[in-house]
Design a binder for this molecule. Structure first.
Ligand code: GLY
Length: 380
């Protein structure tokens, strides 16, 4: 994949995900929730939607979304789900499904997911499975969901055997990324989402990484609206290109997991909670992936250190020690990686890189090299 020229700053932007007759737009800009009715109404065969919202986000933005829908002549049902990863369980899924079916929905009912990755994944999976498939719209309210989880059609819930093990590919009809709602996001969560923005630069957009490093990243985190729109649009363009080429992750889509093999192992070891947020695990994981690439002679060590410097400069963790882990934890981390749902027969495919912006898939990485990296990194 090639680097692209960055688009000029804009007051709003739209990115198209090209998937034939399932193509859709990602609308990006401040205040878009207020115009959601006008955007969603043309997608409806019957003017009725059910909003499934994260309870915390509902308190902040739910009324505004409902008003916008009603003003467009749409009847609105509102359901809330608990905030946080605890909502992505079979029990909550079953409860939401029963409440939804109790409303007498039919196949023309559009679901609208309002919230971060948890609400989007859960509501998306409800949409994928209710009445064998309902149309749905994503209204992501975290940076992480605006640049990643709301785009590309992965939906799902957790099993007691692991995260996202129950799920379906089900593309939304539209994504509305209201950048103004990021103002109410806790700073730590915004920073964690920013790690996924950096990821796109590190995968195949070196010019984007240059821009983030040269001040774009700091501007996003400081609340600069034009910088946010530009970064979210560029991230969505990067993801849309990969999803259009490989919707069901037969190959290239796995590049989106840069930093995630290590990151998921770190999350598993730290209990999938506040101790280490997903994006923080990805930040450390990307640095480990670039350092492993350097050790294997694939990438310049300077690129790994450049990535680490930028992530640290914006306040993200980059070392195992910052996740509270030491050399003795290396074997347990390797154990988590072997259990990753993307491992095949216990063999992990790593996303490595030939340099910043030049990620590739590497099969058959020697576990001893990974172990040595983890042990050395934890000692540093
Ligand atoms: N978050 C990775 C993917 O959508 O494939």
């Amino acid at each position: 994949m090639t680097a692209t020229t960055l688009t000029a700053p804009a007051a709003a932007d739209t990115v198209r995900v090209e998937l034939g007759d399932r193509s859709y737009d990602i609308a990006i800009g401040p205040g878009l929730i207020d115009g959601a009715g006008a955007r969603i109404a043309p997608l409806l065969t019957h003017p009725r939607v059910a909003v499934i919202a994260d309870a915390r986000v509902d308190a902040l933005h739910g009324e505004r979304l409902a008003d916008a829908l009603v003003q467009a002549g749409i009847a609105v049902e509102r359901l809330t789900v608990p905030s946080g990863e605890a909502a992505k369980t079979p029990a909550v899924y079953a409860e939401v499904m029963e409440r939804l079916l109790g409303l007498g929905i039919d196949r023309s009912t559009m679901l609208v997911a309002l919230g971060g990755g948890v609400a989007g994944d859960l509501a998306g999976f409800v949409a994928a499975t209710a009445l064998r498939g309902l149309p749905f719209v994503q209204v992501p309210t975290t940076l992480l969901s605006q640049v990643d989880s709301a785009v590309g059609g992965k939906t799902g819930i957790n099993s007691r055997h692991g995260k996202n093990l129950i799920g379906a590919f089900h593309q939304p009809r539209l994504v509305i990324a209201d950048t103004a709602v990021l103002d109410t996001l806790p700073a730590r969560e915004l920073r964690a989402g920013y790690a996924e923005v950096v990821k796109y630069g590190a995968i195949d957009r070196p010019a984007f990484f240059d821009w983030l490093e040269a001040g774009g990243g700091a501007a996003i985190l400081a609340g600069d609206s034009a910088a946010r729109i530009r970064a979210i649009a560029e991230s969505c363009r990067a993801k849309a290109a990969i999803v259009a080429a490989d919707e069901r992750e037969g190959g290239a889509r796995a590049l989106l997991n840069l930093g995630h093999t290590f990151g998921h192992a770190l999350e598993a070891e730290t209990g999938f909670g506040d101790r280490l947020l997903h994006g923080e695990g990805v930040a450390i994981g990307m640095v480990l992936a670039l350092r492993l690439s350097a050790r294997l002679g694939l990438a310049p060590a300077a690129d790994a250190e450049r990535l680490a410097r930028h992530l640290a400069a914006v306040g993200l963790p980059t070392t195992l020690a910052e996740a509270g882990l030491g050399p003795a934890d290396a074997d347990r981390l390797l154990g988590h990686m072997a259990k990753d749902k993307k491992a095949e027969a216990g063999r992990v495919t790593f996303v490595l890189a030939r340099g910043l912006g030049r990620a590739h898939l590497e099969r058959g990485v020697d576990p001893a090299a990974v172990r040595a990296l983890l042990t050395d990194d934890a000692r540093a």
